[in-house]
Design a protein around this ligand. Structure first.
Ligand SMILES: N[C@@H](CCC(=O)N[C@@H](CS)C(=O)NCC(=O)O)C(=O)O
Length: 253
């Protein structure tokens, strides 16, 4: 596939906010993958996923075709560009990588979502970031309505049935497993980057986000390997953010 065709990829996602490529780990996963694969793309930032094919972000438009869901997008692009980021993994390693991908995306996601939507300080920032540009009449109603929808989704999924304490207990167990799996390795599965790194980086960077606080911080923000991993991934795939966010500290020196 030549570069001209590659340029026809549009990633439709939430705008970049705070100091991560995207507050949505699924959007960030796809953008990380595009950069891992060195595929040219353009981004279309949108706030409302109501018209997205599965009413969620991200989706891509590739040669006029809309493809939703981060995992299906990665499958599609891997096929189209003949890429296999897992070629070096054994069968057992593939199984571990798959299990961790699900842990991040199907379980840990809900702990992260809870910390964003139901910790008052964090919710205030999310609300401001996502809804500040709405006209006053909508600004008063819409955020609370969307928050109620989220509460319902979390109840249906199951995480929302637990107490706050239990939710973070589950989150800490996941986080412990994530920290231990990464260990001292440069990438999530070893010395070489593999597909699960797109997911792992997206979630870990979002947990470490300095702007948000949660009971996960004690463990997450003191884990040197998580910090080093994010710096490594950011340096490789989002160097422009590294420079941008180092500036204030450098100015303060
Ligand atoms: N399985 C989907 C999940 C995508 C997803 O949950 N996206 C969220 C943002 S993190 C979203 O668009 N939510 C909007 C909604 O549910 O209304 C994927 O892998 O892309």
């Amino acid at each position: 596939m030549d570069n001209q065709e590659a340029k026809q990829i549009t990633l439709v996602q939430f705008p970049t906010m705070f100091s991560v490529p995207n507050l949505s780990p699924f959007c960030m996963k796809v953008e990380t993958f595009l950069r891992m694969a060195n595929i040219s793309y353009t981004v279309k930032e949108e706030l409302n996923p109501a018209n997205a094919p599965k009413k969620k972000f991200p989706y891509i438009i590739h040669n006029g075709q809309k493809i939703p869901d981060s995992s299906f997008i990665l499958d599609h692009l891997s096929r189209e560009f003949n890429l296999d980021f897992n070629a070096h993994l054994s069968i057992q390693e593939l199984a571990v990588a798959r299990a961790f991908q699900r842990l991040f995306e199907e379980n840990f996601l809900w702990v992260l979502a809870y910390s964003r939507w139901f910790e008052d300080k964090n919710w205030k920032m999310v609300k401001e970031a996502f809804f500040s540009m709405l006209p006053p009449i909508l600004k008063g109603v819409l955020p609370n309505q969307i928050k109620r929808d989220m509460e319902n989704k979390m109840k249906i999924q199951g995480m929302g049935r637990h107490s706050r304490e239990e939710i973070y207990q589950i989150g800490m167990q996941d986080l412990r497993a994530i920290i231990d799996q990464l260990g001292a390795k440069p990438f999530f599965m070893g010395d070489q980057v593999s597909l699960v790194d797109a997911t792992a980086y997206a979630f870990i960077a979002n947990v470490l986000l300095p702007e948000f606080e949660s009971p996960l911080d004690g463990l997450a923000k003191s884990a040197e390997n998580l910090k080093a991993y994010c710096e490594r991934m950011q340096g490789l795939y989002f160097p422009e953010l590294l420079t941008k966010h180092e500036e204030p500290e450098m100015l303060g020196v």
